[in-house]
Write a new protein. Structure first.
Length: 214
């Protein structure tokens, strides 16, 4: 199973108050898998779903377990226990064509990591787009962090500095794809002078999301 402790430490890099992440999670409506595909791209950002969970009651229970884990500050371990109990109650198993061991536990981590990292990222996006932050931080810097299976493009983008209104951020704001460990940090005028940084040329390559999730 992926290292949950390492994931929790990566979240600390976001420097976002848990309340901001909870607010984003709470606004998402639980949508079963069969209905999720019917939504427009803009609506996906406001929907909470999980592949293979087709019962609305179970999906709502999982959503609430995520909110509780974040609100109580208990993290993945407590969420996993609650998820396993919910799955047992509904006699639910994920599709597992390759016979992966502990498939339910692995699905618990996938749900937790995807939703919590996205929620913190949304909270960070909101915090960095207040009028005060817009004035203080004219640029953003992309950061790639070490992981077992790095994406070459993500490594290539490490350290690039672009204006906050560059179109790159509309489609590459971290997490930039499934299981991405990248982050984005704000850059002030003082940072540029202190580190002798220069504004980078905007990349026009790589995976592009259908729409920004925020």
């Amino acid at each position: 199973m992926p290292d949950a402790a390492n994931f929790e430490s990566l979240l600390s890099l976001a420097k976002v108050k848990p309340s901001a992440a909870i607010s984003f999670l709470r606004q998402r409506s639980a949508i079963t898998t069969d209905r999720y595909g019917e939504l427009k791209a803009e609506a996906h950002a406001k929907a909470f779903t999980s592949a293979g969970i087709t019962e609305a009651r179970m999906l709502n229970q999982v959503h609430e377990a995520l909110l509780r884990a974040q609100g109580e500050g208990t993290g993945f371990d407590v969420f996993q226990k609650r998820f396993l109990k919910i799955a047992e109650e509904h006699a639910w198993q994920p599709r597992n064509p390759f016979g992966v061991k502990d498939a339910v536990s692995k699905r618990a981590f996938l749900i937790y990591q995807t939703n919590i990292s996205t929620a913190f990222s949304a909270g960070k996006w909101a915090r960095l787009n207040t009028p005060e932050a817009v004035e203080m931080y004219p640029w953003f810097r992309y950061r790639h962090h070490a992981c077992a299976h790095p994406r070459l493009l993500h490594e290539a983008w490490d350290g690039i500095i672009l204006p906050r209104d560059d179109p790159f951020w509309d489609t590459h704001w971290a997490p930039n794809g499934w299981h991405c460990h990248c982050t984005v940090e704000p850059v002030s005028r003082r940072d540029m002078r202190k580190n002798n940084w220069k504004v980078s040329e905007s990349p026009r390559n790589g995976h592009v999301h259908a729409a920004t999730p925020f």
